[in-house]
Design a protein around this ligand. Structure first.
Ligand code: SAM
Length: 291
């Protein structure tokens, strides 16, 4: 290609990721985030990193990679690189039977064990993406509180990706994203934007106040959070990890559940073959065995 044709190719987004650069990126991304990066993900990574190439002012993907791995930019760029490669698909009331089980079985069981005002019910959404999961949890807690007024609740919502955490903290969504929220809950817990043309809704302030957001890498050797959660949701993230990583992550997460606490995984995730102090109580729902 001539110099001009080369530049045009870059401008029009056809800049390619060299296999040796993909290898370096894949090795780093896997070690840092646990997300598997087989060669089949080259095109996806290439596409996602093009925006970062533009934002950083690098000439192309090769220069971006050289800056990372030879120019010393990797520590400062890690957050952006990881933001670019995470997959954040989520939905309100995703895998809805989990929320029914929470409302009908888990919360009544937890609260039968202790007086309402004595303890806080503590939930953790450990890969919360843009907030649909923790705010669905908040709606369920709010419904439960109608029968148990005064029950104190708290939700920790964490993720590795900073972009989704910012969106989640705002709690603003297009109408199309909240279709799965039952109409009566929509009217109680979602506020319509004052500009109807924009088609946006916001989670009501009371529910937003129950949720604390934090960046937390499930690959970290320790999680700097409480060890007495009643419920942990870790859904649709283990699928990105290999089996030894799944074992290590779940082992650490279980340490943060109080004995008898509940762990929810995604419907396509399983603990078969893993060694964990958990008993099955529902479809991808587990209870920490009492030691
Ligand atoms: C597909 S979304 C699932 C969101 C939500 N749990 C659900 O089921 O709808 C997976 C989320 O896991 C996050 N993630 C990926 N690797 C992670 C890690 N090592 N630590 C924490 N979060 C991670 C991604 O940023 C993404 O937001």
């Amino acid at each position: 290609m001539t110099g001009l044709a080369e530049r045009r190719a870059t401008v029009h987004g056809t800049d390619r990721l060299r296999p040796q650069d993909f290898k370096r990126l894949a090795k780093f991304i896997e070690a840092y985030s646990g997300i598997k990066m087989p060669p089949s993900k080259l095109t996806m990574v290439e596409g996602r990193l093009r925006r970062r190439v533009r934002e950083t002012g690098a000439a192309d993907l090769s220069e971006y990679c050289n800056r990372l791995f030879e120019g010393g930019d990797l520590p400062a760029e890690t957050v952006h690189l990881i933001d670019a490669v995470t997959t954040n698909k989520t939905e309100f009331f995703r895998e809805a039977e989990h929320f029914r089980f929470l409302l009908r079985t888990v919360l009544p069981t937890l609260c039968a064990d202790r007086p309402a005002t004595q303890a806080v019910v503590k939930l953790w959404s450990s890969a919360c993406s843009t907030g649909a999961e923790p705010y669905t949890l908040a709606m369920i807690l709010a419904e439960f509180r109608q029968q148990h007024p005064g029950q104190r609740v708290s939700i920790l919502a964490s993720d590795l990706c900073t972009e989704v955490l910012h969106a989640a903290a705002r709690g603003i969504y297009p109408q199309s994203a909240v279709q799965a929220v039952p109409p009566e809950l929509r009217s109680r817990y979602l506020l319509r934007s004052r500009e109807p043309g924009r088609g946006l809704v916001r989670i009501v302030a009371e529910l937003r106040a129950w949720v604390q957001f934090a960046r937390l890498n499930l690959m970290a050797p320790d999680y700097p959070v409480d060890r007495d959660f009643d419920v942990i949701f870790c859904r649709n993230v283990l699928i990105y990890f290999d089996r030894p990583t799944q074992q290590a992550v779940l082992q650490r997460l279980v340490e943060h559940l109080r004995p008898g606490g509940y762990l929810f995984l995604g419907h396509s995730e399983s603990i078969a073959g893993l060694v964990l102090p958990l008993q099955v109580v529902g479809h991808t729902i587990f209870r920490r065995t009492v030691k």
